[in-house]
Design a protein around this ligand. Structure first.
Ligand code: ATP
Length: 370
């Protein structure tokens, strides 16, 4: 299931050149974006990048200043929130404190005038789905944070919207519960066959849950891709730096040929890597490589002098599942390397202050054009 990679499939939600200004502040800047049916889509970006504004325009709480939003082939212009096949779950959950769990879930259905018996059946179904059927008679204050989150979820899907919008849905939960709930949300989305659009500033959360991620900055989408593409083939310095940990080696392009790019850094590192990029020879470029793609060893690697440098082990961080090495090169630059403790890339025991080589292979990262 990957409708976004099939040119024949039509998007379910389309933002077309959408701009939103508040006074003279541009919160969303001429943004176009397609989301497909049954997709778990994440809007990821730092605070203030415009992701919530985008979600609120889809819900109908804000109107675009210009541009258009299309849902299921229809323009949403002028359609009030309650008439859109969209529901929103807020981070605060916004549960009614004086109502029981079941009344909270039933609230929207009652407002819609659904017959009593149908409401009871639907509420029961929803509470079973989120595994809270035993808690139907409790009030929100008698529940844990995770349970409250599930009540909010049950309430927001009770009306069977086609699209569920989730604004920082796990923000109030502690780390362990967050991680569990991420998988629950994914299961639920699959079971219900709904389109989920989630706003988060937490990259791990977006990477875990989403089919695709839009990385946003300053009201624009910088890259839209699947989590592995975003991580392994960031399209820009911004995305490489924003997602995960990265080493970026900047320098001058000395050659471009046959799918290879050579870059010489000021620190004396000679880089030759496979790349389809064709930056101008003599111009500036960077090479971005993740710490787990950097190798550390006591002996000179076969690739030297290319893609290799000598340094001193400066720091070793043991994280349980992996170990992180900080290696200081001759020019003072610190290279981050990491290795899974189960599958060590590090060839020999490596200790503090030891002289080592660090190196990477020619497919280890991406060339960034400036
Ligand atoms: P966060 O993660 O902090 O919620 P965000 O990426 O969701 O951030 P938005 O809430 O979309 O960001 O806000 C984008 C920008 O627009 C922010 O600088 C914000 O201050 C501004 N903004 C949002 N709503 C309004 C408003 N009603 N009036 C004026 N400025 C607003």
């Amino acid at each position: 299931f990957a409708p976004w990679s099939d040119p024949a499939s039509k998007p379910f939600i389309s933002f077309k050149n959408v701009t939103k200004t508040f006074g003279d502040f541009v919160a969303v800047d001429n943004l176009s974006l397609d989301i497909f049916t049954r997709e778990f889509f994440a809007l990821l970006g730092a605070s203030g990048c415009g992701k919530s504004t985008l979600l609120r325009m889809l819900a109908g709480f804000e109107q675009p200043s210009s541009g258009e939003i299309i849902l299921d082939g229809q323009s949403l212009a002028g359609i009030p929130p309650y008439k859109r096949p969209v529901n929103m779950m807020f981070q605060s959950y916004a549960l009614f404190p004086h109502m029981t769990v079941e009344s909270n879930v039933a609230f929207g259905l009652k407002q819609d005038g659904m017959p009593k018996a149908d409401i009871a059946e639907r509420v029961d179904q929803m509470l079973k789905l989120v595994k809270l059927d035993k808690f139907a008679k409790r009030k929100p204050h008698q529940l844990s944070g995770g349970q409250r989150q599930r009540v909010a979820l049950a309430r927001s899907i009770a009306k069977r919207p086609k699209v569920l919008l989730l604004d920082e849905p796990l923000g109030a939960l502690d780390k362990k519960l967050r991680e569990e709930t991420q998988f629950e949300l994914m299961d639920l989305q699959q079971q219900l066959g709904l389109t989920f659009v989630v706003v988060t500033h937490d990259q791990e959360e977006a990477m875990t849950m989403a089919d695709r991620i839009a990385v946003m900055a300053h009201g624009k989408v910088i890259q839209v891709a699947t989590p592995p593409e975003i991580y392994e083939a960031p399209n820009s310095r911004f995305v490489a730096d924003f997602i995960g940990d990265v080493n970026i080696f900047d320098g001058t392009v000395s050659a471009v040929s046959d799918g290879f790019v050579r870059i010489e850094t000021e620190g004396g590192l000679s880089i030759k890597v496979a790349s389809q990029e064709t930056p101008a020879v003599g111009g500036k470029a960077g090479f971005a490589v993740r710490p787990e793609k950097i190798r550390v060893g006591n002996t000179q690697p076969a690739c030297a002098p290319l893609n290799a440098a000598q340094g001193v082990v400066w720091d070793i961080g043991y994280l349980g599942d992996m170990t992180v090495f900080h290696v200081k090169l001759g020019d003072g630059r610190v290279v981050k390397a990491s290795s899974l403790n189960a599958v060590r890339l590090v060839e020999d025991p490596i200790g503090y202050d030891q002289d080592v080589w660090v190196w990477f292979d020619e497919n280890a990262g991406v060339v960034l054009r400036d």
